[in-house]
Design a protein around this ligand. Structure first.
Ligand SMILES: Cc1cc2nc3c(=O)[nH]c(=O)nc-3n(C[C@H](O)[C@H](O)[C@H](O)COP(=O)(O)O)c2cc1C
Length: 230
């Protein structure tokens, strides 16, 4: 099956995956769906150890891919338990009401990489719904929120100090892009990221001067910097 019409094309598509536990509790998390195109399209996900998504998929062998460009939903799904009002059920399986399209897949575990701790699953589509087809230009603010959300989920588990410092620098760059190019949803999403994952501190004039080389934002409202967690 070719899922291009539903928004899933070659490469890695960032989506919100919904799952349910064996007991029926829904969960949502941003996940990259990998599409490999040869004679036919094949779909995969790599799931890292420790997530609810992984334990649910291992329990039920099913997941739903929800296509959305809502920055706030991405960030909330990454860092919070998404409120039940966001879910609707298709034959008992949770999907997102706001999704532009969704695809329910059966999953088959292909392998586990012990060193990286990730599990690779192949996905076989069994139901597709396209709710909305929209034409939308690329927004750098949205892209920056997605990059920042990926970084933020990794920041907490990274121990290397230099790597963390690099991440903080990148975060400031994404922040500046969101301020410049994002709409209200992107700015709201970045605000949630700040609250959830990073210590935020207003900086004094002297600190501002010291960090001027990495402070790319020109917007007075975003006159802060990401500080090391304590
Ligand atoms: C854009 C984006 C893409 C992500 N892709 C993956 C992925 O492919 N596999 C994965 O295991 N985690 C991925 N993550 C991290 C999970 O979303 C994150 O660990 C989440 O908290 C898991 O939630 P859960 O415990 O409800 O499953 C991604 C995060 C973001 C922001």
């Amino acid at each position: 099956m070719n899922l291009k019409e539903a928004g899933i094309a070659e490469g890695i598509s960032e989506v919100i995956v919904t799952t349910k536990s064996g007991a029926g509790e829904p969960d949502a998390a941003p996940i990259g769906v990998i599409t490999v195109t040869n004679d036919e399209n094949k779909y995969f996900v790599k799931l890292y150890e420790g997530s609810k998504t992984l334990s649910n998929v291992l329990e039920t062998n099913k997941l739903a891919v929800n296509v959305t460009d809502d920055a706030v939903l991405f960030v909330k799904a990454a860092f919070e338990r998404l409120n039940e009002v966001h879910f609707s059920l298709f034959h008992g399986f949770p999907v997102l009401k706001e999704a532009k399209s969704w695809i329910i897949f059966d999953s088959a575990l292909i392998g586990k990489r012990s060193e990286s701790g990730n599990f690779l699953f192949q996905l076989m589509p069994n139901a597709v719904k396209i709710n909305r087809k929209e034409v939308k230009a690329i927004n750098r603010g949205l892209n920056a929120v997605i990059e920042a959300a990926v970084l933020a989920t990794r920041y907490a588990i990274t121990e290397d100090k230099r790597e963390k410092e690099e991440m903080r620098k990148k975060m400031k760059l994404y922040d500046a892009i969101v301020e410049k190019c994002g709409g209200r949803r992107e700015k709201e999403a970045f605000g949630i990221l700040r609250e959830k994952n990073w210590n935020l501190s207003r900086i004094s004039a002297s600190l501002s001067q010291r960090h001027a080389n990495v402070q790319e934002s020109t917007n007075q409202n975003s006159n802060y910097y990401w500080i090391e967690d304590r």
